[in-house]
Design a protein around this ligand. Structure first.
Ligand code: SF4
Length: 291
């Protein structure tokens, strides 16, 4: 049984976690930061029934055993690389990247939707996440912000339980009220080399909002070739991201690909003041689900 405080917390008392930067120093101090605005009585009152809003259902990736794709691992990419994290993978995406390594969440020509996805209530997902140890929760996809409204009760409950929330997004959808509960956005705008012909991948007004210094967002670009870096520069400049909040990551699903692209990409980062990320989970476990 998971301790649940649904309906007992006044949102006004919650901290402005969308502006939290406690992970910047990797000090693992987010629990203190996030707990600070939550009434202590909420965590101390013990098990309570889940509120009606936690009956809200979300469409999530389905593991081979039928359970929602919720798992504990380390964050393999980006600003929080190496941080122990619980991942929740939502299904459905509005883009179609040619190299997408989670196409099972959206590509119904290649995958059977009924086998790869399912629905689950926010309350069920909170219970699954709360049963795992990592306090950092990464909500990923697919494109999670397609379900931004349904994510609000889930995120509110997780914050009340002392979890820190990161949301991974392709940056084409604004988060809306969900931002209140998100400590960090990992925004990954898709470049021309992503193969999204005919789809609008870049929405400047959305990226400008993420780049606002009051929001803790990192722009993480998946780079396939050296020409991509010029496109990154243009997007970064027009959106207004600070270089230290820009991360370049090589595209690849094998260690060999990541190493080959990573060498020249690291040099490009040094020249521009951008950060570099590889994909640790590929080196550790290969291109597998649930790790
Ligand atoms: S935006 Fe992300 S989930 Fe969607 S197709 Fe591209 S890589 Fe895959």
């Amino acid at each position: 049984m998971v301790e649940c405080s649904s309906g007992k917390i006044d949102p006004k008392t919650l901290p402005k976690v969308g502006r939290d930067t406690s992970l910047v120093g990797l000090g693992y101090d987010w629990a203190v930061t996030i707990d600070s605005g939550v009434p202590r009585s909420a965590a101390a009152t013990g098990p309570e029934p889940l509120g009606a809003e936690l009956a809200e259902r979300l469409t999530v990736a389905r593991m081979p055993d039928g359970s929602p794709e919720v798992f504990a691992t380390i964050q393999g990419e980006g600003a929080s690389q190496g941080v122990p994290s619980t991942f929740l993978r939502l299904a459905v995406c509005n883009l179609r990247c040619s190299w997408c390594d989670t196409a099972y969440t959206w590509d119904w020509k290649r995958y059977a939707r009924a086998e790869q996805t399912r629905t689950a209530s926010a309350g069920e997902l909170v219970a699954s996440i709360a049963a795992l140890a990592p306090r950092n929760v990464v909500i990923t996809g697919g494109e999670p912000l397609i379900q931004r409204r349904q994510l609000v009760p889930l995120a509110r409950e997780l914050v009340a339980l002392g979890r820190r929330i990161e949301v991974e997004t392709n940056g084409s959808i604004a988060p809306g009220p969900l931002a209140e509960f998100v400590a960090q956005f990992n925004v990954s705008p898709k470049l021309l080399s992503s193969g999204n012909e005919g789809l609008r991948t870049i929405r400047p007004e959305v990226l400008r909002a993420f780049a606002d210094p009051s929001v803790n967002a990192f722009a993480k670009f998946v780079v396939s070739n050296p020409e991509d870096v010029d496109e990154v520069d243009t997007i970064v400049r027009e959106a207004g991201f600070q270089p230290e909040h820009v991360i370049l990551m090589p595209q690849g699903t094998t260690a060999a690909e990541l190493n080959e692209r990573g060498r020249w990409l690291a040099n490009a980062c040094v020249a521009r003041g951008y950060r570099f990320s590889t994909r640790l989970h590929i080196f550790l476990w290969g291109d597998k689900r649930g790790v």
